[in-house]
Design a protein around this ligand. Structure first.
Ligand code: UT7
Length: 336
């Protein structure tokens, strides 16, 4: 059985920078509140004339391919994580497949919609396909356009100051080297809390004349509903649990972690996890200050930037962890 290894990382973020001061003009919020409660200073919003969920992912994947020295034609599976796909169906994976010119090769494209845990879920699925020998090169991406679905109003301010747009990608390949690459992945879900962080409409389970009504467009049911306090409380417990699960599975301790890349939901959550695990500042990576929460894209964007900064070195023990809507949570332990 072969392990899978991340051989290339890439990302793409839209050019338009939106600062907290820009948001102050749209709703009753303040730069101070946003920084104090979330750590976010700015985020990127897409340009509808040139950015789509799938083409941002394609650009991130091309960067990852180039850095890996792998040709797009070698990809034999796409696993695409997003909760903001281009279309309701088909998924964005097939659009990226077409943009990469892989439609002629008819490789499969799987779409994953596990929100903030989406990238690690996608990585785990890709890893299993490589372990079984079914595929040798897999593109795993997370891409989100949150800004087009957000309402910049006082009633939605607790949601719309947090989220941003962007994409990240990794190229995964089989490796014959013992103990290298992805050591293990761990996924969990607890549907008890599904409605604590969700978008209700336009849902399918109702009479068709009730699926999309003019009233719905005025209401909040087409926007994200988030019980921020509850999500926060569960996140800090599950993050630690799932990181410890990954370490215990591999006979490692928190002292062995060289770099922890947590899903970027709130700097206070990352700081709590860092403190609880006793990690020095150089052993955790945060970039929420510049991008906000890009849901499935936070971890691959952070991986790409950490790599650029020389923070991912051969044989480093790298831990990825996420928590979000579902609730779902997950981790991956990697010998880089
Ligand atoms: O990645 C997906 C997973 N999501 C998360 O992990 C999110 C986890 N939760 C959070 O990050 C935090 O709960 C939030 C950042 C969403 C909110 O921070 P909080 O410290 O939990 O604030 P709160 O909801 O308890 O609200 C505190 C106050 C309220 O005012 P009152 O009732 O004390 O007068 C809110 O109305 O802050 C007010 N508030 C705001 N004020 C200015 C809420 N949003 C804003 C805002 N600007 N944008």
């Amino acid at each position: 059985m072969k392990n899978s290894r991340i051989v290339g990382v890439g990302h793409y973020v839209p050019e338009r920078v939106v600062t907290n001061q820009d948001l102050e003009k749209l709703m009753d919020t303040s730069n101070e509140w946003i920084i104090e409660r979330t750590g976010i200073r700015e985020r990127r919003f897409f340009d509808y004339k040139k950015d789509t969920c799938s083409n941002m992912a394609t650009r991130a994947t091309k960067m990852a391919l180039e850095r890996a020295g792998v040709d797009a034609m070698e990809i034999d599976l796409i696993v695409f994580a997003t909760i903001t796909p281009d279309y309701l169906f088909p998924g964005s994976g097939v659009l990226m497949q077409r943009e990469l010119g892989l439609d002629k090769k008819t490789i499969p494209a799987i779409d994953i919609r596990n929100a903030c845990s989406g990238f690690i879920y996608a990585l785990s699925i890709a890893d299993q396909f490589i372990k079984t020998g079914m595929y040798k090169t897999v593109a795993v991406v997370g891409s989100e356009i949150q800004s087009s679905a957000m309402e910049f109003s006082d009633r939605q301010r607790h949601v719309s100051v947090i989220f941003g747009d962007g994409a990240g990608a990794v190229i995964l390949q089989a490796t014959g080297e013992e103990g290298k690459g992805i050591l293990s992945t761990h996924m969990h879900a607890d549907g008890t809390f599904a409605e604590e962080l969700y978008v209700k409409d336009p849902g399918s389970s109702r009479k068709n004349e009730e699926r999309l009504t003019p009233e719905m467009l005025k209401g909040e049911s087409i926007r994200a509903h988030m019980n921020g306090n509850l999500v926060f409380k569960h996140a800090i417990v599950r993050f630690i649990e799932v990181i410890m699960e990954a370490l215990n599975t591999n006979g490692k301790t928190k002292d062995d972690i060289d770099l922890l890349i947590p899903h970027q939901a709130n700097l206070r959550i990352s700081n709590f996890v860092q403190q609880k695990l006793g990690l020095s500042d150089d052993r955790i990576y945060n970039n929420i200050q510049r991008y906000g929460n890009t849901t499935a894209a936070t971890i691959p964007i952070a991986l790409s930037e950490a790599w650029e900064e020389g923070k991912l070195k051969e044989n480093d023990l790298v831990c990825l962890a996420a928590f979000g809507s579902g609730f779902t949570w997950a981790s991956a332990l990697i010998n880089w």
